[in-house]
Design a protein around this ligand. Structure first.
Ligand code: ZN
Length: 325
């Protein structure tokens, strides 16, 4: 411990202790002889100005998070607003980002307006299925994240003036998998199309049948296909739009049964995954296998259309298919 006399206030003799003393101790001779300004020393430790206001962790997150998206293909960071303006297609490399069902319906239907129907249908858990989590828990989590009750949204609206029934699949809902409710909703969309004679458009994005519902989900393939056969008999147009990814039981049924089957660029479309096929046939698969362009080249699709041209393309074909009606 030491004492010091303030230069400006010689009456003040202060005791230096603790951390202050340990900091100025190397210069203690100087302080003793010349005296020092108490306030000068203390200014090192006291803050005259108000402390810098740093935003809290939560505020920081709100300001910066979610403004940019990284393109999974070219890796560039794109301002979300810009991405939204380009219908979620990367302006640098034209990669088609996955979009949810409501965005899809907004982009496809006139003025982004549509009337949803059958939104109340929700899955039960007929088999009491449990894997790492119970099916019930998975359903609850999916309802929470997507805000919808199932992996498909049914709607009525119009595409450049053509009134249509449109079903858009929601990939974020348990991988867009097809359980009994998805099957039922799509069948109802087909039936509505039959009753109203409006053309049907189904936008697929699915990992296939929902394994948590076992054979019940496989039965949906037959159910929807039968309904579509009736639509075909009635000569009502059905356009199937396949987006990334469309696989399994969905590809094996309604997604490939359109009067016109079109896909977005570079979408993964297939029945079994490439790894399973490679292991089965013991051969290396060619480059681009199961991508839209490959399927178009091999006659599995009628067209590959970019998202920005999709609406106009469908409208032109509806004019052609409905004979301008
Ligand atoms: Zn990109």
């Amino acid at each position: 411990m030491a004492t010091g006399i303030c230069r400006l206030h010689p009456g003040i003799v202060i005791e230096l202790k603790g951390i202050v003393w340990s900091l100025i101790r190397p210069c203690r001779g100087l302080f003793r002889n010349a005296g020092f300004h108490y306030h000068e020393v203390m200014a090192w430790f006291k803050r005259d100005k108000p402390a810098l206001q740093t935003p809290s962790e939560q505020e920081r997150r709100v300001r910066t998070e979610g403004l940019f998206d990284k393109c999974p293909d070219c890796g560039s960071f794109i301002w979300k607003k810009e991405l939204e303006g380009s219908l979620f297609v990367c302006p640098k490399c034209s990669y088609h980002h996955r979009i949810n069902a409501s965005q899809r319906l907004k982009f496809l239907l006139d003025n982004g307006r549509y009337q949803e129907f059958d939104s109340h249908l929700e899955s039960s858990d007929p088999l009491g299925f449990v894997d790492r989590k119970s099916y019930k828990e998975r359903l609850e989590a999916a309802v929470k994240t997507t805000g919808g009750k199932e992996a498909v949204v049914n709607a009525e609206g119009s595409i450049q003036g053509h009134e249509v029934v449109c079903a858009a699949m929601e990939y974020s809902f348990i991988g867009g998998s097809m359980g009994s409710v998805v099957g039922e909703k799509i069948t109802r969309a087909v039936e509505r199309s039959l009753a109203s004679r409006k053309p049907l458009v189904i936008v697929s994005a699915s990992g296939g049948a929902r394994m948590m519902e076992g054979v019940l989900s496989l039965m949906q393939m037959a159910k929807i296909s039968t309904a579509l056969a009736l639509l075909h008999e009635e000569r009502i147009a059905y356009i199937s739009v396949l987006t990334d990814p469309t696989t399994g039981g969905v590809t094996a049924s309604f997604a490939m049964l359109g009067d016109l089957n079109i896909a977005e660029p570079n979408a993964l479309i297939g029945f079994a995954g490439p790894r399973v096929i490679e292991q089965t046939i013991r051969q290396k698969l060619p480059e681009g296998f199961q991508r839209s362009e490959f399927l178009l080249e091999h006659g599995m699709l009628d067209a590959v259309i970019s998202r920005s041209e999709l609406k106009e393309f469908i409208a032109d074909w509806l004019t052609f298919m409905t004979n301008g009606r």
